[in-house]
Design a protein around this ligand. Structure first.
Ligand code: PEP
Ligand code: MN
Length: 360
């Protein structure tokens, strides 16, 4: 993909690069006060505010709409920050572009729909305006990639992916499960594409935000899009996850910005540790292959004696023993269990293959 590097079009002298602002623009005063405080934080380069708010159920505050665009123009003039809003249809795009909005973003509820993404791309027309594409609500990398590719094929090169977590049925401390493996895979497939983390929508609360940002930076994400409100307890949307500009500044000052590579000495040590890992992985694969061969042998034996494959009592006992042994070695119960289940599943498949084999 032909992607314009982030630092070609955003002056980011302070790390990490931050986009901040309220979930929603509510009043002119709230917008201006929040923006003035945020502009004093050196890392903050862009001001965000939702003016058209997609709400899960009708009746909730749906954004101030068109009138908020004037407030964002004031933010630009008075702070020098670039401004960004969420667009969900061609009407929003036209309105935003007519009011000097610098960057557009497409929200999680819109990215799920390729028709909507197509229409937004068409409305943007020939303007190579920057567009941020949030991940879709559901953990579906292809839909996320598809939206990015679609816009890129329409001539947009200043694209940024935003990781905001995924709806997930399991209970978890997060509002949206981070599932880090998905943005990591996106980075592997689209190495030139900048990715920001949106800790506000991942966490859904203030407490988990610092660790979530640190994790994203350690995974080499390129910056942060975060919700900040001058008075979060009075926020009309997403009040539990918004932080004040002062809190944002504190969080940023405590982050550890690690470098991608270090001194020769550091690189040598890293290289040594990596080759140790390579060797251990080789042994691990060898052991797994040998284990599966023994499993197949058991399968043959069971078959000859007309015994069923799944022996629950044995499996339960084995699980208990291995978990106990693993915990003694400092491994977590969840990890061993996941590993055993995966090994067991493969083992059962091996035995099914043996049973189905035509021995004649
Ligand atoms: C937002 O950024 O305020 C928002 C609505 O986000 P998302 O589309 O990620 O839910
Ligand atoms: Mn929000």
């Amino acid at each position: 993909m032909d992607i314009e590097p982030l630092n070609n079009w955003i002056p980011a002298s302070h790390q990490p690069f931050v986009i901040a602002g309220p979930c929603s623009a509510e009043t002119e005063q709230q917008v201006i006060e929040t923006a003035l405080s945020l502009a004093a934080i050196p890392q903050v380069k862009i001001f965000r505010a939702g003016i058209w708010k997609p709400r899960t159920r009708p009746g909730a505050f749906e954004g101030v709409g068109h009138s908020g665009l004037k407030w964002l123009q004031r933010v630009k003039e008075e702070t020098g920050l670039l401004v960004t809003v969420e667009v969900a249809n061609p009407r929003h795009v036209e309105d935003a572009l007519n009011h000097g909005i610098d960057i557009l973003w497409i929200g999680a509820r819109t990215v799920v729909n390729p028709f909507a993404v197509q229409e937004i791309g068409e409305a943007i027309g020939g303007n190579d305006i920057p567009v941020m594409i949030k991940n879709p609500l559901n953990p579906d990398l292809k839909t996320w990639m598809g939206a990015i590719e679609r816009l890129n094929e329409m001539g947009l090169t200043k694209l940024i992916a935003v990781h905001r977590g995924f709806s997930f049925f399991n209970r978890s401390p997060y509002r949206n499960a981070p599932m880090w493996e998905i943005p990591i895979e996106l980075k592997r497939l689209f190495p030139n594409l900048p990715i920001l983390v949106d800790p506000s929508h991942i966490c859904g609360n203030r407490e988990l935000i610092p660790a979530t940002i640190q994790k994203a930076l350690d995974l080499e994400m390129n910056g942060i899009m975060i919700e900040s409100h001058i008075n979060p307890s009075k926020a009309l949307t997403d009040k539990n996850q918004q932080i004040t500009p002062v809190q944002l500044s504190e969080i940023l000052s405590k982050l550890i910005v690690r470098r991608e590579s270090g001194s020769i000495e550091f690189e040598n040590k890293l290289e040594a540790l990596r080759s140790e890992i390579d060797k251990l992985d080789e042994e691990l694969i060898d052991i797994l292959a040998r284990r599966m061969n023994v499993v197949a042998e058991i399968g043959t034996y069971k078959k000859a004696n007309k015994i069923t494959i799944l022996q629950l009592k044995r499996w339960n006992q084995l699980t208990r023993d291995r978990i106990e042994a693993g915990i003694k070695m400092g491994l977590s119960r969840e990890f061993i269990l996941k590993l055993l289940e995966s090994v067991h599943e493969e083992g059962i498949q091996r035995q099914i293959d043996v049973m189905n084999r035509d021995d004649q």
